[in-house]
Design a protein around this ligand. Structure first.
Ligand code: BGC
Length: 451
């Protein structure tokens, strides 16, 4: 840490926060998530997205963009809601396009570079009714949507994320049953991942046909699985299998275009070859992996956080959401650097309602990013999850990831101390000694004592 303090991040580094339409806009009644929320038992304490952060209301998003600007940020990642833009199959809504044009212009007017995600967990009801991503037609339907969006909004956007976390969407919706449609299948998740990957490739090509200079990338959730005992062969095997099935099979496919098992039988898909201009990295934590014969349902791997590790707030399961492991982020970035593509950290954060960990989390994770950059990783930006507390899917309003606290009932906001930590780093384009001294002096002490 001592050698990183005050060292600038690369010129033009993007400093932002990330959001997703359904989590912030409010009143998104025409997608599968709104429907899912209406059934008791699906969401923590039967909470609902409701008005969320009220971004769809005139001036709603803009007021939070003012806050992001005042906090020294120069970028923002948001998603567009398919069910608003194409409320019925093949029917597009001009007013919804105008609203997004307004939001994107508002970002640009404030000096915030927009990064736009085209799919972030939500599907229009008409699309869901056709089997969503299990339906082979899904790829073409998504492509038509993307062509329309890129045509109507492309003049305002240079950075596109095609699909947010195909791996998490497949796992939570089709394997673990926690997100709609609530399936518990071992076959469906891989069919979904494959169609999402093909949809990514179709979107990549469609955007590039319209704008050769756009940067378009896939966003994956990386959750490195690490052998619980480094030297134990079976732990190594269990970790390797899950790293491959969870993220690496997708990562490799957007490079060489080959659909290997479990995505396919080794066939090459032309549109998929070299189809990500950057790697979008969503990173929250890693997990230790222990080989365990009793864990057949989890491919003989038992996952857990290090018992001595620092963990974040607990989920509705009673277990912590994540373990804070900045070194794991550094290792991941160094590994991804070997792919030779620019990297954006498209999400990174933690649930921490009382904000007693977030300032240190930001400092240690950004120091990890800085170390990776110094070692050659081409990281171009960092988008903290998130700006304002928002609707956290099945966790409802329980988990608080925001730099700004929100009372969803009154829409009152209160800026957390960590927002200042992040603002100072964004403005300086560096982790300054003053910030570390003020917000995480223990980190400096450790650094200088060489531990
Ligand atoms: C998702 C976000 C979510 C965040 C925190 C990510 O996997 O992309 O939508 O809010 O994790 O759980």
């Amino acid at each position: 840490m001592s050698d990183l303090v005050n060292r600038p991040f690369p010129a033009g580094f993007l400093w932002g926060t990330a959001t997703a339409a359904h989590q912030v806009e409010g009143d998104n009644r025409n997608n599968q998530w709104w429907a899912w929320e209406q059934t008791p038992g699906h969401i923590y304490q039967n909470q609902r997205s409701g008005l969320a952060c009220n971004w769809w209301a005139p001036g709603g998003a803009e007021a939070d963009f003012d806050r992001a600007q005042a906090l020294g940020q120069n970028a923002h990642r948001l998603s567009v809601e398919w069910s608003r833009l194409e409320p019925s199959e093949g029917v597009f809504d001009a007013a919804a396009f105008r609203r997004y044009r307004g939001m994107l212009s508002a970002l640009r007017d404030r000096g915030l570079t927009p990064m736009v995600t085209l799919h972030h967990f939500t599907n229009p009801l008409w699309f869901e009714a056709q089997g969503a991503w299990l339906n082979p037609r899904s790829v073409g339907l998504f492509q038509r949507f993307v062509e329309r969006v890129a045509g109507e909004l492309g003049d305002l956007v240079g950075l596109w994320c095609t699909i947010n976390e195909p791996n998490i969407h497949a796992a939570l919706s089709y394997l673990l049953g926690e997100h709609p449609p609530g399936l518990h299948s071992i076959v469906a998740p891989f069919r979904v991942m494959r169609n999402l990957l093909l949809a990514h490739a179709a979107a990549y090509r469609a955007i590039h046909r319209l704008d050769g200079r756009a940067q378009v990338g896939l966003v994956l959730h990386f959750r490195p699985f690490v052998p619980a005992t480094a030297s134990a062969r079976l732990d190594q095997w269990a970790a390797a299998v899950q790293n491959y099935l969870f993220s690496d099979c997708l990562l490799v496919a957007v490079g060489d275009g080959v659909l290997r098992p479990p995505l396919g039988y080794g066939q090459t898909v032309g549109s998929l070859i070299d189809s990500s201009d950057f790697i979008g990295v969503n990173f929250y934590t890693r997990e230790l992996m222990r080989f365990d014969l009793r864990a057949a349902g989890n491919l003989f791997g038992r996952r857990f956080f290090a018992p001595s590790g620092e963990t974040s707030d607990v989920t509705r399961s009673g277990l912590p959401y994540s373990e804070c492991v900045p070194d794991s982020l550094e290792e991941l970035l160094l590994r991804l650097a070997t792919m030779g593509k620019p990297i954006f950290i498209t999400e990174c954060g933690l649930p921490d309602a009382d904000d007693d960990q977030r300032p240190r989390f930001l400092i240690t994770h950004l120091a990890a990013v800085q170390r990776a950059i110094q070692a050659g990783a081409p990281v171009k930006g960092f988008f903290h999850w998130t700006l304002v507390d928002n609707f956290e899917w099945a966790e409802g309003w329980q988990l608080r990831f925001g730099l700004i606290e929100l009372d969803p009932a009154t829409q009152a906001r209160r800026v957390r101390a960590s927002a200042q930590t992040y603002a100072d780093i964004c403005r300086a384009n560096a982790i300054t000694p003053a910030v570390v001294q003020r917000d995480a002096p223990e980190v400096l002490k450790q650094a200088f004592s060489g531990s």
